[in-house]
Design a protein around this ligand. Structure first.
Ligand code: HEM
Ligand code: HEM
Length: 397
């Protein structure tokens, strides 16, 4: 990539310098965020790790764009020729290390992007907009990209260290102008500003955003329970549920990106009569079986700040009263009990009956803060959304 010759300019152009020091700053901050996230994981500080990784991903996407532009520019602009005192070996080393740096600059964010895109996590850019999902969740691909990202990370750090040592060697020992020709006050000032500013603003606890990405979320749903006063009419019939065709799912948001989950294990007792209207719904959900297609997130959901699933493995929802709306749907005041705390929630649903099969389809928008799900530092709703959409379908005879 770096071709010598013909170009006599002794120094890199302003554009080359700005690109070099801006990208170098962003990459150094990237490596810092990744290392801090590793330490946070060792300290079992899930929220901090999520925050750091959310910022790492957002900044990583930014670097990726910048690097693509830089490489495009570099392919059409030659660097200045190396000084004549450098021998053949040094020239080859310089050429190879710079080419390697360009390849790694591209491979790092790309492997990170593939790891993220193929995982069950959504991806957002600094919580401002969601990056469209380009890949379907694929655990094998995500794991392979993760291994590559980790391995390339070590190689990248090693090559950067060599690169910096070479620059310092030229400057202090050889005393040539290699470092000077890549530097200017403006580019070094920008470098220092970016490293300082980004580290401060993207590191939780240092006065910047808190973050947390991860996710988690929440929770979900469900229901249940409670005080129940049945008011079943004589003609109300009890449903025999077909679990294969039924589900309780939820959609939540983490770091600005949506994700879905399901509670695969639940039992419901439903009796219903259309005329006169009578309904009684009681559901018990095993919250410790939440499945959001991501093990780490599922585990987080079991924590005491979330569902405290060891102590309260079951959530309950009950509803024994509903009114029919003009469009034939129903709205009822339900009671949702999570962690022994019962909260009223409005449940909107329809019930269709065809050939003896009932299909109840319902949805509810839950406020996790009201339900006490995601307490402590997780109450920061900028990272884990406050509202959780719940979708229910129950098919029964
Ligand atoms: C120049 C850009 C990037 C650099 C230099 C970089 C570097 C790193 C490094 C060194 C690690 C620690 C790996 C380990 O030893 O465990 C890491 C982890 C991680 N990176 Fe990046 N990364 C970059 C871009 C990205 C992008 C664009 C994404 C996603 C969109 C991303 C997502 C992640 C994730 C999720 C982890 C944590 C993996 C885990 O431990 O679960 N990275 N990154
Ligand atoms: C993450 C960090 C860095 C990356 C990825 C990186 C990458 C690169 C690349 C690809 C080039 C070749 C530019 C070209 O000819 O197109 C280059 C040149 C250079 N870099 Fe870095 N760099 C980083 C950090 C640094 C640091 C911290 C220093 C100084 C201490 C430095 C000093 C230099 C110098 C002096 C040159 C010019 C070499 C020459 O004249 O041929 N770099 N860097």
């Amino acid at each position: 990539m770096k071709s010598s010759s013909t170009h006599n300019s002794a120094t890199y152009s302003t554009t080359a310098k700005l690109f070099h020091w801006m990208v170098a700053a962003l990459i150094l901050v990237q490596l810092t965020l990744a290392q801090l996230a590793k330490w946070a994981a060792q300290d079992d500080n899930t929220l901090e790790r999520l925050a750091l990784l959310a910022n790492h991903k957002s900044l990583g996407l930014t670097v990726l764009l910048l690097i693509i532009v830089r490489i495009g520019w570099r392919l059409t602009h030659r660097p200045p020729a190396l000084p004549p005192h450098m021998n053949r070996l040094q020239r080859i080393a310089s050429h190879m290390s710079h080419t390697g740096l360009y390849v790694l600059m591209l491979a790092m964010p790309l492997s990170g992007l593939i790891m993220s895109a193929a995982s069950a996590y959504g991806l957002s850019w600094f919580n401002m907009f969601e990056v469209p999902k380009v890949l379907a969740p694929n655990e094998g691909l995500s794991d392979a990209a993760k291994n590559a990202h980790e391995l390339l990370g070590y190689v990248f750090i090693a090559v950067i260290v060599l690169h910096v040592v070479a620059a310092i060697y030229h400057h202090l020992l050889v005393k040539d102008d290699i470092l000077k020709r890549m530097s200017s006050r403006l580019s070094i000032g920008l470098f220092a500003l970016l490293v300082g500013g980004l580290t401060l603003s993207l590191t939780p606890g240092s006065g910047g955003q808190d973050s947390a990405l991860e996710s988690t979320q929440d929770a979900s749903l469900t229901p249940v329970t409670a005080p129940r006063s049945v008011k079943s009419a004589a003609s109300a019939e009890s449903w025999s549920i077909n679990h294969e065709l039924s589900f309780i799912r939820f959609t939540a948001e983490q770091a600005g990106a949506e994700f879905d989950g399901e509670w695969p294990q639940w039992e419901a007792n439903i009796t219903f009569s259309k005329e006169p209207l009578s309904i009684d719904i009681n559901v018990e959900i095993e919250v410790n079986k939440a499945d959001t297609s991501d093990e780490e997130r599922d585990t987080t959901l079991m924590d005491s700040d979330w569902f405290d699933a060891t102590q309260f493995p079951v959530a309950r929802f009950s509803l024994d009263n509903a009114t029919r709306n003009d469009d034939g749907s129903y709205t009822g005041p339900g009671l949702l009990t999570i962690k022994n705390k019962t909260t009223p929630v409005e449940f909107n649903f329809t019930i269709e009956t065809n050939n003896g099969m009932h299909t109840l389809t319902g949805a509810s928008q839950l406020d996790r803060l009201t339900l006490g799900v995601g307490t402590g530092e997780w109450m920061d709703t900028s990272w884990v959304g406050q509202f959780v959409g719940v979708d229910v379908r129950v098919v029964a005879q």
